[in-house]
Ligand binder design. Structure first.
Ligand SMILES: [Zn+2]
Length: 269
């Protein structure tokens, strides 16, 4: 009897630990970074599969149902740019960000953790999660400190991930072209030269605004330093000081050349 009870306790405890571990890994999967990878998968990988009449296989890390957030994502209803509706309860929000917060607070029961779940944020390195949505842009030190060896390693990882997603049994040519198209749209950017490149082109208005704002900030800084210099290092002489300075100057001049300054003694009332 005691042995049976101990076995039941161990079983329940193990199940509890598994549950806690599963939920922890879901919670530790960043929703925003997963979202960036998901959008790239939908924009880059899924269309390639669709064009060949294929679907992403379950063995691929990017299979929709391996994403813990897939059911919540399926229940996002975007009615316009500023109107997002929760498909579970019907509440409406002005931005996707607030709908995500609502899911975190109210609908965690729709997070799906299964044995082969994949946190898409783990692929942020190869999908450039910081570059693609414009969170960071290239600066001088990024390019100087970039190591081509690191990029080669990332590119190889990307190739392996892409290859693992191509279904087996396809004609060799189809398989080759699918890999090539996905590689060109994602892995090919993993070089020091192209890492910060995005396909998004700056509009003329945006360039003008950036130049205008930079010039305005620069002008304000120059003005600030001029005013600060005048305030701290230049004194406006009072009438009394002017007279004192004049006397000092004439006295000094008189010592050097008494004959010349005899006629110009200042009037002191
Ligand atoms: Zn809801």
């Amino acid at each position: 009897m005691e042995v049976v009870l101990i076995a039941i306790v161990i079983h329940v405890y193990s199940a509890f630990l598994l549950t806690v571990t599963a939920w922890s890994s879901v919670i530790n999967c960043p929703r925003d970074r997963s979202s960036t990878v998901r959008k790239l998968v939908q924009n880059v990988i899924v269309p390639v599969f669709a064009s060949e009449g294929q679907t992403v296989p379950r063995t691929c890390s990017f299979h929709k149902e391996r994403d813990p957030y897939w059911e919540q994502e399926d229940n996002k209803i975007q009615e316009s740019a500023n109107r997002w509706t929760c498909g579970f309860c019907g509440k409406t929000f002005i931005a996707e960000y607030y709908l995500d917060l609502h899911y975190d607070n109210r609908h965690q029961q729709y997070l799906r953790q299964v044995s082969d779940s994949v946190c898409l944020a783990e692929y942020c390195d190869i999908f450039r999660c910081d570059v693609y949505p414009g969170i960071v842009s290239v600066d001088f030190w990024d390019t100087v400190l970039c190591l081509e060896d690191d990029m080669t390693e990332l590119r190889q990882t990307c190739q392996e991930v892409v290859s693992s997603c191509i279904p087996e049994g396809l004609p060799e040519e189809t398989s080759y072209w699918m890999k090539e198209r996905i590689f060109n749209a994602s892995c090919s950017y993993l070089t020091c030269k192209s890492y910060w490149h995005t396909d998004e082109k700056l509009s003329g208005l945006r360039i003008f605004l950036q130049v205008f704002v930079n010039m305005a900030v620069f002008s304000m800084m120059i003005l600030y330093y001029i005013l600060a210099y005048q305030h701290f290092y230049c004194q406006i002489p009072s009438d009394e000081n002017k007279q004192t300075w004049q006397l000092e100057r004439i006295t000094l001049s008189h010592r050097r050349n008494p004959e010349r300054t005899r006629m110009y003694r200042p009037y002191v009332p």
